[in-house]
Design a protein around this ligand. Structure first.
Ligand code: PMP
Length: 281
């Protein structure tokens, strides 16, 4: 397998990062995961914009243009001849003598490589189990940073209870999942947390919001509580790797009779159509 390291295409096993890379020591970096369908990265432009936006928010300059990053991804996809996979790209602040102070001289480290696609068809059919847990993360969840320890710890809460995702709350208000955005449907009204510093504004989230608008679904970016979550008619989560994933259980309690609900089903298929339209047709 290959990787791009600072723009150079090399064997993955040849990739070397300095022990004082700030990505390694401080989690001082930003990243993106992009789905590739039929050889075409989905919403590539949106992902690249978000990468630059995350970097800007942590006072980091990425010394590449969007076109250069795009070309790199395409080069890698051609080299690996992969049609269905994920692109992982990460830019860290680079190597500097260990010190919390942001260095002026470090130039940053860019890595891009491909991850195998997850098989999610069965999950998409049946839905997944989740648990509710406290959102213990910091207050800048809008930044897609490689500092993911909070996310890792809450995911572990889910794993310990045989669930696949942790739904997070702050003082009883649902924010998002450990690596997904969370949505509820009640009386045909769809709701998800507003895009502020408490959540990551998912690219899939934005796609679903625009699908809702284009297809006249009633949808609001409005906070909801854990109680409202438990009383919802339907729950689903969204992310690049899970697309539109039905939630059929929360803390052992069945949601929508333990089966994916009709609005979730409809949004799943509209999102699949969008993929088909943009990556295959
Ligand atoms: N929230 C968090 C915390 C995430 O890590 C992710 C991405 N894995 C998402 C939401 C979903 O974002 P996207 O749709 O862009 O993958």
């Amino acid at each position: 397998a290959y990787m791009l390291l600072n723009g150079e295409l090399i064997e993955r096993s040849e990739g070397k990062i300095d022990i004082e890379d700030r990505g390694f020591q401080f989690g001082d970096g930003v990243y993106e995961v992009i789905s590739v369908y039929g050889g075409h990265p989905f919403a590539l432009n949106e992902h690249l914009d978000r990468l630059f936006e995350s970097a800007r928010k942590i006072y980091m300059n990425i010394p590449y243009s969007k076109t250069e990053l795009e070309d790199g991804i395409k080069r890698l996809l051609q080299k690996e001849k992969k049609n269905n996979c994920y692109v992982y790209m990460q830019f860290s602040r680079g190597t500097s003598i260990r010190n919390h102070i942001i260095p002026k001289t470090a130039t940053g480290t860019l890595i891009i490589y491909l991850l195998d696609a997850k098989q999610i068809d069965e999950w998409k059919q049946k839905g997944i189990k989740t648990v509710i847990t406290e959102d213990i993360r910091w207050l800048r969840c809008d930044i897609k940073t490689t500092s993911l320890l909070g996310n890792v710890l809450v995911k572990q809460k889910a794993v310990e209870k045989n669930a696949s995702e942790a739904i997070l709350h702050r003082d009883g208000v649902v924010t998002e999942g450990s690596s997904t955005n969370v949505w509820i449907v009640k009386d045909r009204l769809i709701r998800t947390h507003p895009a502020d510093h408490f959540i990551l504004n998912g690219i899939t989230r934005r796609e679903i919001l625009s699908i809702c608008e284009n297809h006249q679904f009633r949808c609001m970016e409005q906070r909801f509580t854990v109680d409202e979550l438990l009383e919802a008619d339907e729950i689903f989560i969204t992310s690049t790797t899970l697309e539109v994933m039905p939630v059929v259980e929360v803390d052992g309690q069945k949601i929508s009779g333990g089966k994916p609900g009709p609005i979730t089903r409809k949004l799943q298929s509209l999102f699949e159509q969008e993929i088909q339209f943009r990556c295959f047709d």
